[in-house]
Design a protein around this ligand. Structure first.
Ligand SMILES: Nc1ncnc2c1ncn2[C@@H]1O[C@H](COP(=O)(O)OP(=O)(O)OP(=O)(O)O)[C@@H](O)[C@H]1O
Ligand SMILES: [Mg+2]
Length: 356
């Protein structure tokens, strides 16, 4: 969990530093004050890229050449670390405990975060990549060899796709690795989705939201077939198209309600509660494995939620997470949150008791 954060020249923020509470942190401020940018800084430090867009250039404050982030944090075993990031337009340098040769996966393991943004619709109705990424990040933390399986799968997939594009006859030489790794990835994801679904349902029913939600994992190939059979059956199509059209890289996690596809049926507030339940379910599974949930970054929590749901959600979050950073336009929108540390931002600067 984070203990200190310093930001220089990120978006509207020129120079801002503060100590975080190990519990709940509330960040308030008007539109454009820099609330999401603070959440973004924490996310950038852990994940290495923004949740807003891939292009790093807009992160750097207008007129500056480099955005700099620094955090002190504690890992799951209670070991303290120092993490720095220098983001230039073309160049990124990350330093962990004084070392500059740092693998992204190393930082992710030491400092896991989860993010819930202000557009929950996207999780349910957006592109499947988005949901695969949720699954893959969750599994990366709970299954020791998931990352290396995914890396082997992706390498074999790019080699097979290159062979398909070049019209090489022997694409089947990659199939063995794809089947071997893809089948395990599929089984892990399937079990993981079942666990998420059970817990998310439990949260929703705790909250009295009987939405009849079901979450199904779709493998990315024909149901009832093995991956080997599907690759075989699809080979001619793959040759014509120049890429591999079946496999775990085409998987999805489909979120339905009793009445139909979730994103088309549910209200925005209901969708937000549903997405929170899914993310909390992942956090609980993470916590069982590591003893502590990831840090939760929840942007604009009160938006779209009525008072009852806001209260239920906040108390649920308090049961699952240790450290939470929540933003809101107005702190009063959150109601009473005991023992929270509060920050108010105005034009990229802290004001109020926590300033300086
Ligand atoms: N590269 C940049 N240089 C300077 N200012 C920027 C840059 N990128 C974004 N901004 C400005 O930074 C401000 C902070 O945006 P941010 O999204 O953090 O605000 P917010 O407090 O979350 O607002 P909202 O309540 O509308 O979500 C905005 O006013 C935006 O125009
Ligand atoms: Mg915002």
């Amino acid at each position: 969990m984070f203990s200190e954060l310093a930001i220089r020249n990120l978006r509207i923020i020129r120079d801002l530093r503060f100590a975080l509470s190990p519990g709940i942190n509330l960040v308030s401020g008007a539109n454009g004050a820099g609330k999401t940018s603070i959440i973004e800084a924490l996310y950038l430090l852990s994940v290495g890229r923004s949740f807003r867009h891939r292009d790093p250039a807009p992160l750097i404050r207008d007129g500056a050449e480099v955005a700099e982030l620094f955090a002190r944090f504690e890992d799951d075993r209670g070991v303290r670390h120092a993490l720095g990031m220098r983001r230039e337009r073309q160049h990124l340098v990350v330093r962990l405990d004084g070392r500059s040769s740092v693998r992204r996966s190393e930082v992710l393991r030491l400092l896991p975060v989860q993010f819930i943004g202000s557009d929950p619709q996207q999780v349910v109705e957006g592109a499947p990549e988005y949901r695969r990424q949720l699954l893959d990040t969750g599994l990366f933390h709970v299954e020791q060899n998931y990352l290396s399986l995914m890396q082997r799968y992706s390498r074999a997939l790019s080699q097979r796709n290159a062979a398909l594009r070049q019209g090489i006859a022997l694409v089947s030489q990659w199939d063995h690795t794809l089947v071997e790794t893809g089948t395990v990835i599929d089984a892990m994801r399937r079990t993981y989705v079942e666990r998420i679904c059970a817990r998310a349902e439990a949260w929703l029913s705790d909250w009295g939201l009987d939405l009849g939600v079901s979450i199904q994992y779709r493998s990315g190939w024909r149901a009832g077939w093995s991956l080997a059979e599907s690759l075989e059956a699809h080979r001619d199509t793959d040759r014509r198209q120049g890429y591999t059209g079946v496999g775990p890289h085409r998987a999805d996690m489909v979120i339905n309600t009793r009445a139909g596809r979730g994103g088309k049926i549910l209200s925005r507030g209901q969708l937000k509660m549903l997405v929170a339940a899914v993310v909390m379910a992942q956090a609980e599974i993470h916590r069982e494995r590591h003893g502590r949930a990831p840090v939760l970054l929840f942007d604009d929590l009160p938006a779209e939620l009525d008072r009852g749901n806001r209260e239920k959600l906040l108390s649920g979050l308090g049961n699952v997470y240790a450290q939470i950073v929540v933003t809101a336009l107005d702190i009063d929108d959150l109601g009473a949150v005991p023992e929270a540390r509060m920050f108010h931002v105005e034009q990229g600067e802290l004001s109020g008791p926590e300033a300086g």
